[in-house]
Design a protein around this ligand. Structure first.
Ligand code: MTE
Ligand code: MO
Length: 157
């Protein structure tokens, strides 16, 4: 699966649902969605705080606009580099798809899913696809993920 989204030229972020949204990676140019700002409380190892402030679009609003299926339990977030995280749907609904950090544009490689329920290792950068999924109780959501090497202290196995 890694490589499927290895497409540096990708100009869209796909939000899957009954009514797929194709957002230009210049997210601040998205009509109809108001920018929101949040701070986060993330860090990884001793590399300092990853706190924003982040400016972006409310991921809950985007998922609603894409008519996310009501039975979705999780949301898969896939990145340009093949990184993939699986967020609990409640964490996804309260997240922000950020395109600025501390006022500075992140660019397409930086578009980042951040939010109160998202740890640093799951704050996906270079997001290209967001897909709600309905997982049964027997499915381990972490098995759908493709994270950094296990030596990374912020990524729980
Ligand atoms: N696409 C992608 N997103 C990623 C990662 C990655 O390897 N690829 N690493 C994660 C980890 S482990 C951390 S700690 C943070 C690092 O964010 P920073 O570069 O802002 O410090 O990004 C997260 N998001
Ligand atoms: Mo990390």
């Amino acid at each position: 699966m890694t490589g499927e989204y290895d497409r540096p030229g990708a100009a869209y972020v796909e939000i899957e649902g009954e009514r797929q949204l194709l957002l230009p990676t210049a997210l601040d140019a998205c009509d109809g969605f108001e920018p929101v700002e949040i701070r986060t409380d993330m860090s990884c190892g001793d590399s300092g705080p990853i706190d924003g402030p982040w400016t972006g679009l409310d991921l809950g609003d985007l998922l609603m606009a894409a008519e996310s299926p009501p039975d979705a339990t999780h949301v898969l977030v896939t990145c340009r580099d093949g990184y993939r995280v699986c967020l609990d749907v409640t964490d996804a609904l309260s997240a922000v798809l950020a395109y600025r950090r501390d006022g500075d544009p992140l660019g397409p490689d930086g578009i980042r899913a951040v939010g109160p329920g998202i740890d640093s290792g799951r704050s996906a950068k270079g997001v290209v696809r967001i897909e709600p999924v309905a997982l049964d109780a027997d499915t381990d959501p972490t098995e759908l993920e493709s994270l950094a090497p296990a030596s990374d202290p912020a990524v729980e196995p």
